[in-house]
Ligand binder design. Sequence first.
Ligand code: SF4
Length: 116
Amino acid sequence: MKKTFTCIICPKGCEIETETGGEAPVITGYSCVRGKRYAEAEVTNPVRTLTTTVRLRSGLMLPVRTAAPVPKSMLFRCMEAVKAIELPEGPVKAGDVVAEDLCGTGVKLVACADGQ
Ligand code: SF4
């Protein structure tokens, strides 16, 4: 299967082509090893950092993100888990862990700002 996409690792935005179906993916169009690694991950195990918000008891929204990328295939399940999070009373500081192991990914969800 052939796929073309733009590398998002740096502003150069190389157009990368991949072809899967053989023993290993065939990757062309990259200009550096970082782009090649990105393309390999995109065709084998794409991951994304999840950025979203959690409602505080005050009604305000707290920006949060995963501390590391999670599998792209888990994003909707992670979003459902984030919606169900109920934070305890009290202030939250930027960097506080909001969820230890989001959806069994082993990745923490952390606050990006202070809130209460
Ligand atoms: S392949 Fe390398 S040079 Fe091209 S956009 Fe990706 S990171 Fe930048």
